[in-house]
Design a protein. Structure first.
Length: 545
């Protein structure tokens, strides 16, 4: 282990030297010397002596205004590089035989304990395959890491991994170090802090970058490990369609208090998700087509591809063409509304089916070791991310819905919805939900705020069901808040079930959440409209509530 720890120190030293060279090239040796003095003074200051602390304070106090930001950036960049090296170090220690961390042992230990307690293997496999955990991606506007820097840091980590090879020639090592120098220089000369607040679309792109550079690899690795644990404990495997973890997102859908998240933005984010998904699957399918050159195939696959000499490539060729068509359509529709052609993928089963057919054929033909490689990883991704990567949640304040309905009822001569008590609101909402006629007359011209609420509902109604998660009502406090959204969605043309989720936030609303939900679930016809469990959110806030 001492050798491994020394390797970490060597890497941090190397990265620090390369960063120092970059800084010196731009700002000069004198400035680099000043940074080094600050570093040494800070290190000495950890001893806690007054003299050392005073020396550091004096050195920092002597900095000119034009030096403050470069100094701060220098230390920030160094810490980023040190973190990358430390992450590589942790991987290195695991490979060297250090005990696995708890998070990697927990499933093995849990399965072992449940079997010892009398649970059957079949039941454990069934329950593990039925897990449905949804992780929601969000982004705070001041915390969005730039996608370009994420990519550069990933590339730096890859070069550190390459340096671990013990058989590198001097020339190969030199090339890796040169690549590290270029990457560090690129990161140094790249703006770390946005000069303007990122748009909701920028935030969504950041989320897609996290999927592309992290989750796209992590999810199949996690499922591969879970599959091995299950097989070792029970002799059974996860179903191909198992997706115990899925992802949702608020980026591009959370309009609560953010006027920049409009119906148009939500539509753009949904299309970007489809474009990114098609692009990522195309990369996977290109790799699979290069690898699956085998000739032997099952009768079922032969029925699809005929007497092709390379049946798996023939099957993947058609899928590749449909993915290209889907990507092209999404790209064009970002600027001009174009109807999707018949080749555009609309249902996740159209993505899964050809991959599953290849997988089953390989197993039937005695090539399971091939099937359980990148093809299985691609299948796991398809089951987890689908055609839309994430399920976009829409969030809006309950007051916006009430204001829109108040404007509508006032126009219809019924009085103002916001002036009614809860029972009057519920009576009106239930009556309109049961009615077959439209609520809005054709000559109604809404205000800008109401038009935006209605436009959002139309986007929700038009979007594929699999692309959306929940419609979250922030500052919810009454059963009518939920029915109001259901009515607006019905008016927008939504004919499928959608989760409408009250979010109770204030102390008073949290105290009354139980009676509110009892009232809601007791309304005539409400449970029939649910088509599943009622989801509730409580207390989400950036404050101490």
């Amino acid at each position: 282990m001492a050798e491994i720890d020394a390797r970490l120190r060597e890497e941090v030293h190397l990265l620090g030297e390369l960063l120092g060279h970059t800084i010196s090239t731009q700002l000069g040796d004198e400035f680099l010397d000043k940074i080094e003095r600050i570093r040494k003074a800070a290190k000495a200051g950890r001893s806690g002596t007054d003299a050392d602390v005073e020396q550091l304070t004096s050195t920092l106090g002597d900095l000119g205004d034009d030096e403050l930001l470069p100094v701060a950036r220098a230390f920030n960049q160094f810490l980023n590089l040190a973190n990358i090296a430390e992450q590589q170090h942790r991987v290195r220690r695991r490979r060297a035989g250090e005990a696995e961390p708890f998070e990697l042992r927990v499933l093995d230990e849990l399965l072992e304990r449940l079997l010892a307690e009398g649970q059957s293997s079949d039941e454990l496999a069934r329950q593990l395959g039925r897990l449905d955990i949804e992780l929601v991606l969000t982004a705070h506007p001041t915390e969005v890491a730039r996608r370009t820097l994420i990519q550069k840091y990933d590339a730096i980590a890859a070069q550190l991994t390459a340096l671990d090879h013990s058989d590198l020639s001097p020339a190969e090592r030199e090339r890796i170090v040169e690549r590290l120098q270029r990457l560090i220089a690129e990161a140094w000369h790249t703006e770390e802090i946005r000069r303007s607040r990122p748009s909701p679309v920028d935030e969504a792109k950041w989320g897609f970058a996290v999927i592309e550079h992290s989750l796209w690899q992590a999810v199949p690795q996690f499922l591969r490990r879970a599959d091995r644990s299950l097989e070792a404990a029970t002799g059974l495997r996860l179903p191909l369609e198992a997706a115990p973890i899925r992802f949702a997102s608020w980026m591009g859908g959370d309009r609560d208090g953010n006027p920049n998240v409009t119906a148009r933005v939500t539509r753009e984010v949904l299309l970007l998700a489809r474009w990114m998904a098609a692009d990522l699957y195309l990369r996977d399918v290109d790799q699979l087509a290069a690898e699956l050159s085998m000739q032997q195939a099952s009768d079922e696959l032969r029925a699809q591809v005929g007497d092709s000499a390379e049946p798996y490539r023939a099957q993947l060729k058609h899928l590749r063409e449909r993915l290209r068509e889907t990507r092209s359509w999404a790209q064009q529709t970002l600027t001009v509304d174009i109807a999707a052609g018949p080749s555009v993928l609309q249902d996740n089963r159209d993505l899964l089916a050809p991959l599953q057919l290849c997988y089953q054929s390989l197993h039937q033909c005695g090539m399971g070791v091939v099937a359980d490689g990148p093809l299985l990883d691609c299948l796991r991704r398809a089951a987890t991310f689908g055609l839309f990567l994430v399920r976009l949640d829409v969030r809006q304040d309950s007051a916006r819905h009430a204001a829109a309905l108040s404007e509508i009822t006032d126009y219809l001569g019924l009085g103002r919805y916001t002036d009614w008590d809860e029972e009057a609101r519920l009576d009106f909402l239930q009556r309109e939900l049961d009615s077959r006629r439209p609520l809005l007359p054709s000559d109604y011209r809404p205000s800008a705020d109401t038009a935006e609420v209605l436009a959002t509902c139309r986007e929700v109604a038009a979007a594929p069901a699999a692309s959306l998660g929940s419609y979250v009502i922030s500052m919810a406090g009454a059963a009518s808040d939920v029915l109001a959204v259901q009515l607006l969605l019905k008016e927008a043309g939504l004919r499928r079930p959608m989760r409408v989720v009250p979010l109770f936030e204030t102390l008073a609303d949290l105290d009354h959440a139980g009676p509110v939900m009892d009232r809601l679930l007791g309304l005539p016809g409400y449970r029939a409209r649910l088509h599943g469990p009622q989801e509730v959110m409580i207390g989400y806030s950036d404050s101490a509530k």
